[in-house]
Each structure stands twice: as structure tokens, then as C-alpha cells.
Design a protein around this ligand. Structure first.
Ligand code: XMP
Length: 539
């Protein structure tokens, strides 16, 4: 769950948009609720469930147009309200003068606080269920004209059931949930998940809450984001401030650089470090796009040797990440010093990164499975002020912004690539030879996917190489070669992933090409593990 302090600091630092806030009780769909509301045109933020009441009050009482909180959504949770350590917000939230929508656990929590009976795990419902509902603002437009109620299929995922809630109007029920939707004045609760596509007209239900019940105005479109952001950057940097930005060629740093370039032109200098862990052709692509196409100032640093040397003998995945992170910081620091006269450092932090690092800071172990390559120490080290223009955006929103800024399709549509680059895909020590195999084989995997129309349908695709060798026959002689593992996964936000059931013919042509074209490979395998328990990258 996001860290309170960072959010409070952010709030004080920026003039904000009016918003709806989602209090996060740890439910699997919390981020999805935020994204759905934004898709409907309302700026929405995810806040921790234990956000101080005073903070919320301040937002609710704020003037329109200054970050006013127009509504609160209570998310789902894996907990039961009866568990002693279950997350609970202050019950006084229900007395604030603001519309509230509780979803699943959120609805159960409202019912519990309002004296209702929440039955423990006796009549759980999972999957699609028919909801019978009465006319109400929340279900407005869902019924046939003139009828008093209707039925829709909704997505349920709950163990506990609200059995009675005397203080509420019951506006919906299912076979197993006598109180599947309720209303107490401007507080609503739904046991089902309107944010999930499997709920018929779920979008309309959320629309009703945002626009009809909370009275929100449409304030979140990509065009307005770009316009406002450029203005904001101009005023933050001032008329003679200078900015540097570490450019990796990925969508986040590329979009950050383009936005800042639009705002302040060549007072932005991008620093692009070739760490020797880049994909095939990536260096040329980045230089060509930013220097030649967008005519931006770009400092190119060839640091291949330094990284390879630093990684010599390092086998452990976490240790490799540390070496890479540290070297990057050192090189960046050197280049920034050479440039001199710099005031700001731009970073392509996105919304999920912010939430994840806040979770990590608060000691949530689940988020520290891999220490993602991050340069969090840089601004302090360099004594620079930080600009993070896309730190309110989800990945798909970043893509929309990039499109708006005419980002070339090669960068726009490429798969995510980890900060430690190919080192995340070379198991054990990173050597020049293993890097060559990983780079060439990955290129073949991507090329074959593009050729067959699969590239844009999958989340990530690459090759992995380790130290194991297997026997092969080369001509008439037996020879030893490495094993290359192909990993192709589908995912929405990388939190979970599944391997893609590619046609055998496609896997076969990848395998043939890899053993024929990449010297030193004898076997090719396909990774068929899902996340969890596996992760997407092997190290
Ligand atoms: P995992 O391997 O943790 O990856 O399932 C989830 C997503 O994050 C990317 N990834 C990284 N990105 N630095 C990054 O910037 C890293 O150290 C890192 N490790 C994994 C990965 O490619 C996938 O999209």
C-alpha cells in the first residue's frame, strides 16, 4: 500500500486536480479501480487505507479546482472484517460529507461499521452471478425505461457475505447475497466488482458514481495531461533552468525526455549510457531517434568495458543488479559534472513504481522480491532537484502520451526491458559470449514473433542463457553447446503472467534459427512456468 508521507509531501508540493481517491485495502483489483475511473475521465489516486482522517478532510473541504476530493472508493481486500489484523480505516470517514462507494470488502466494512451482520465464509460466491437490482442513482440507465429494476450479470469474488444491514436501502441481491448492493444516504456498497470487465455495464455503474453521485467533472484526458504537464515543467524549470535526463530508450524515459524537450527545448540534455547490456540494434535506434529525428541534445557514453569488468565473476542476480546500479550512478554523476550548470534531474518514474517503492520503504516484504534497478540515490548525490513528469501515469497511459508526442512505433510498441538489461537474462556470470548468445537469440525470438503477427499480442519475449552445456552434433562430430531458453509471456501489468501457448511451428522455427544462426547453441527450450511462482525474468 502506498506510503502516506510521500503522498502528503507530493500533495503539498503540487497544485492538484480534483479527484476521487481509492483507499487501498490490498485487494487484487485496487489498481484496476483507479484505471477504470481514469478511463472514464476522472483523475483518481490510490491511497493507503489508513490515510489520516485529517488529510482526507482537508481534501474534501478544499476549493473546487485545488485538489478537492469529490468521492472515496473503498477497495476489496483478501481479509475478512472479522480478522483481528484486517485493515480498517477510521469509521469517521463514513461521517464525512462526501460520497463513498465500498466495493466487496469495502462494502462489508461499511456494513460492519454500520451495525450490519457480515456472515463468515458460509455462502461465498466466485465468478459470474446474476444480480437483481432496484432503481437507484448507482444503477441509473441500466434498467429498461419505466421499469423499477432489472438484472445483470456481475463478477463476484468473496468469502464473507453481508447478511443484514438494517440502516440501509437494499438495492441489489443475488442468490447467495441478500445485500449485494445497498445505499445509506450518499454511501453505497456493492458486493460485486464493477471494475472487472466480466461485470455487465460495470463501467456505467462507475460512471454513475463519479459523475451523477460525486458530481465530478471530466478532468483526465491524455491531451489535457500533455498540455498541463508542459506548462507545469516550464514553470518548474523557469526561464533558464537546465535539466539532465538518463535515457534508456524504454518508453518511460523516452516519454519523459520528449515531454521535457517540448517544454524547454535544448535546455534538456539526455545522457544515454551503453552498458553493453542493450538489445541488438538498440544503441543505433536511440541515437537516431533522439539526435537525428527529434534533434535533441544527447550525450552518448560507451561504457561497455566498464560494465563487463564490473560484472566479472559476479554470479548472484542481486549482486549483479547492485553492480549495474552503482556503475550507472557513477557514470551518470561523471557526465553530469562534465556538463556542469545543471539544476534538475528528470526521471521516468511511473505510478506503479511510486506505489511499489513506497511499499518497499514501509517494509512490505512482498514488494522486494527483486530490487529493481533504480537510481533513487541520484538526485541527492548530485544535489539536483527532481522532475518526474509521468509519475501519475500507468504504463498504458504513458503509451498514450507517447503517441500524442509522435513517438516512433519502434519505441512505442516495444516490449518492456529491465533496467539491468540482458544481465537479467544471463544466468550466472555475465560474459561477452553469453551476452552475444542472449542478444542474438532474443533478436531472433522477437523477429519471428513480428513476422508471424504475435509480437503485439504478448507482453514480453526474449531468450535466456546460462552455463549449462549439452551435447549436439555439428557435421559428423559431437560438440558441446549452450542451452537457450525462450520465454514468451502474456500479462496485464506484470504482477502475474502466464506463458504464451505459441504454435509449435513457430517455436520450431525459432529453435531452428537459433541453433543455426547463433554460434555455440545446441539446445533450445521453452519456459512454461507462470508468475507466480516464477518471475518473468530469470534473474
Ligand atoms: P519480474 O521478473 O519481477 O518482472 O516478474 C516484472 C517486470 O519488471 C521487469 N523487470 C525489471 N525492470 N529493473 C527494471 O527496470 C529490473 O531490475 C527488473 N526486473 C524485472 C520485467 O522485465 C517485467 O516486465
Amino acid at each position: 500500500m502506498p506510503d502516506r508521507n510521500s503522498i502528503i509531501e507530493k500533495r503539498e508540493a503540487e497544485k492538484e486536480k480534483d479527484k476521487v481517491v481509492v483507499l487501498d485495502f490490498g485487494g487484487q483489483y485496487s489498481h484496476l479501480i483507479v484505471r477504470r475511473c481514469r478511463e472514464l475521465g476522472v483523475y483518481t489516486e490510490l491511497l493507503p487505507y489508513d490515510m489520516p482522517l485529517e488529510e482526507l478532510k482537508k481534501g474534501i473541504e478544499a476549493e473546487e479546482g485545488t485538489g478537492k476530493i469529490k468521492g472515496i472508493i473503498l477497495s476489496g481486500s483478501p481479509f475478512s472484517v472479522h480478522e483481528p489484523n484486517s485493515p480498517k480505516c477510521s469509521s469517521e470517514i463514513l461521517d464525512l460529507n462526501v460520497p463513498i462507494l465500498g466495493i466487496c470488502y469495502g462494502a462489508q466494512l461499511i456494513a460492519y461499521v454500520k451495525g450490519g451482520v457480515v456472515g463468515e465464509g458460509r455462502k461465498s460466491e466466485f465468478g459470474r452471478t446474476e444480480l437483481l437490482f432496484d432503481d437507484s442513482d448507482l444503477f441509473d440507465g441500466l434498467t429498461e425505461r419505466g421499469s423499477e429494476g432489472g438484472r445483470i450479470n456481475v463478477w463476484m469474488s468473496h468469502g464473507d457475505v453481508i447478511e443484514r444491514l438494517a440502516s440501509a436501502d437494499i438495492i441489489g441481491y443475488t442468490m447467495n447475497s441478500p445485500v449485494a448492493a445497498f445505499r445509506i444516504s450518499n454511501i453505497y456498497g456493492v458486493q460485486f466488482h464493477p471494475e472487472v470487465h466480466h461485470t455487465d455495464k460495470g463501467e456505467k455503474i462507475l460512471w454513475n458514481f463519479l459523475y451523477k453521485i460525486c458530481g465530478c467533472e471530466r478532468n483526465w484526458t491524455i491531451e489535457s495531461f500533455v498540455r498541463d504537464k508542459i506548462k507545469e515543467i516550464k514553470s518548474a524549470v523557469g526561464s533558464d533552468g537546465r535539466v539532465i535526463c538518463g535515457l534508456s530508450g524504454g518508453i518511460d524515459s523516452s516519454t519523459t525526455a520528449l515531454l521535457i524537450n517540448k517544454a524547454i527545448g535544448d535546455r534538456l540534455t539526455c545522457i544515454f549510457v551503453d552498458n553493453g547490456l542493450l538489445r541488438k540494434g538498440e544503441k543505433e535506434e536511440v541515437i537516431n531517434t533522439f539526435r537525428n529525428n527529434f534533434k535533441m541534445r544527447l550525450v552518448f557514453v560507451d561504457a561497455k568495458e566498464r560494465f563487463l569488468k564490473g560484472l566479472q565473476g559476479v554470479k548472484d542476480a542481486e549482486a549483479k543488479r547492485m553492480v549495474i546500479g552503482e556503475l550507472f550512478i557513477n557514470i551518470f554523476e561523471e557526465e553530469a559534472k562534465k556538463l556542469g550548470n545543471v539544476d534538475f534531474l528528470a526521471q521516468g518514474t511511473i505510478y506503479p513504481d511510486r506505489i511499489e517503492s513506497a511499499r518497499a520503504r514501509s517494509g512490505d516484504v512482498a514488494s522486494r522480491i527483486k530490487s529493481h534497478h533504480n537510481v533513487g540515490a541520484l538526485p541527492e548525490k548530485l544535489g539536483l532537484k527532481l522532475i518526474e513528469p509521468i509519475n501519475d501515469l500507468y504504463k498504458d497511459e504513458v503509451r498514450e502520451v507517447a503517441k500524442e508526442l509522435d513517438m516512433p512505433s519502434q519505441i512505442l510498441n516495444q516490449h518492456p526491458f529491465p533496467g539491468p538489461g540482458l544481465a537479467a537474462r544471463v544466468i550466472g556470470e555475465v560474459t561477452e559470449d553469453k551476452l552475444r548468445i542472449c542478444r542474438e537469440a532474443s533478436y531472433i525470438v522477437e523477429e519471428e514473433l513480428k513476422r508471424s503477427g504475435w509480437y503485439n499480442k504478448v507482453w514480453q519475449a526474449f531468450a535466456i542463457v546460462g552455463d549449462d552445456v549439452t551435447t549436439g552434433v555439428l557435421g559428423d562430430a559431437r560438440s558441446l553447446g549452450r542451452i537457450v531458453t525462450i520465454r514468451v509471456v502474456e500479462s496485464r501489468e506484470a504482477m502475474t503472467a502466464d506463458f504464451v501457448k505459441l504454435p509449435y511451428e513457430l517455436l520450431e522455427s525459432m529453435s531452428k534459427r537459433i541453433t543455426n544462426e547463433v554460434k555455440g547453441v545446441t539446445w533450445v527450450t521453452y519456459a512454461i512456468s507462470s508468475k507466480p511462482p516464477a518471475t518473468i525474468e530469470p534473474c
